[in-house]
Design a binder for this molecule. Structure first.
Ligand SMILES: NC(=O)c1ccc[n+]([C@@H]2O[C@H](COP(=O)([O-])OP(=O)(O)OC[C@H]3O[C@@H](n4cnc5c(N)ncnc54)[C@H](OP(=O)(O)O)[C@@H]3O)[C@@H](O)[C@H]2O)c1
Length: 266
């Protein structure tokens, strides 16, 4: 019997598994991953975790992470139902509710999570909510496997789609911004390498200042902004172009899509 299994071995399963192995919480031979096609070989190369094409091989585990696309969730969960005993299921599928999971799996030992890809570098953010069948031992396992790679918080189920729009999709927003600044610096004459390295370091450094509680975002922003200076010129331009509204609208679009997935709209 394995400690942990992943049904679906794509990007997110790889990020979670990598975090668990890197932090020495489990060894690769205590885990198994299953997927029908190519992704399982990439997962194996990245983590050294054994893989199989049969989802039934993942059902002989204490905890089973459901890591496939939401659109596949009903079909795969229903196919697992005859093999359900007392496994603890942890879903990472965006928009799939606890009620759906309980009905499709025929089990109430189910937790719904929203993780994010920075788990693979131990800077993840995972929110979760659970059905009634989840006990303290299950919670201990959830904490052990996810907190080693980042922060973990319990939230009300109605807040999960907000978390999805914030930290689940959020790394992509940051990559988009970093790419835009690095491209602008390149167009102004910097080499690719310097432009990207300085943009990354700026995001890392600014985030670290906030994480170290050196001030609120507003205070730290004001400390960089001299009247009529360079930063002021950029911030005035952001204001004129409604940057905050653009970011808010993007966030809302992600949340609305999560709500649609929860209502079964594919
Ligand atoms: N990516 C993110 O940042 C992120 C963040 C939070 C939550 N999520 C959630 O994580 C889940 C996975 O997303 P992802 O980005 O990791 O997607 P992905 O890279 O496309 O991975 C999906 C995985 O599901 C597998 N799969 C397809 N059919 C299957 C079947 N019948 N049985 C078992 N496995 C099957 C795929 O295998 P093959 O490719 O081999 O066919 C692949 O390994 C989604 O529900 C998403 O909502 C993702």
């Amino acid at each position: 019997m394995k400690h942990l299994s992943f049904i679906g071995t794509g990007k997110m399963a790889s990020a979670i598994a990598k975090g668990i192995c890197l932090n020495g919480v489990l060894t690769s031979d205590q885990i198994i991953g299953t997927a029908p096609d190519e992704s399982r070989n990439d997962f194996h190369k990245l983590t050294d975790i054994p893989v199989s094409e049969n989802n039934s091989d993942a059902m002989n585990s204490r905890m089973v992470v459901l890591a496939f696309k939401p659109q596949m969730a009903e079909q795969i969960c229903r196919s697992l139902q005859p093999m359900v005993k007392d496994q603890y299921f942890v879903s990472i599928c965006a928009g799939i509710t606890l009620e759906n999971l309980q009905e499709w799996l025929g089990s109430d030992k189910v937790t719904r999570t929203m993780p994010n890809t920075p788990l693979c570098v131990s800077k993840g953010a995972v929110a979760y909510c659970s059905a009634d069948g989840v006990n303290n031992e299950d919670f201990d396992l959830l904490t052990k496997y996810f907190e080693c790679s980042g922060i973990l918080a319990q939230v009300a189920e109605e807040d999960i789609n907000t978390i999805t729009a914030l930290s689940g999709s959020g790394p992509a927003y940051v990559f988009e911004m970093i790419d835009t600044f690095a491209q602008s610096a390149k167009e102004s004459g910097l080499t690719d390498e310097v432009a990207l390295a300085f943009t990354i370091q700026t995001f890392l450094g600014a985030s670290q200042m906030l994480s170290d509680k050196l001030g609120s975002p507003e205070e730290l922003r004001n400390a960089v902004t001299s009247p009529n200076g360079t930063t002021y010129a950029a911030l005035e331009n952001f204001k004129k172009n409604n940057l905050r509204q653009v970011l808010r609208d993007g966030f809302q679009a992600a949340k609305d899509r999560g709500d649609e997935l929860s209502r079964g709209i594919k």
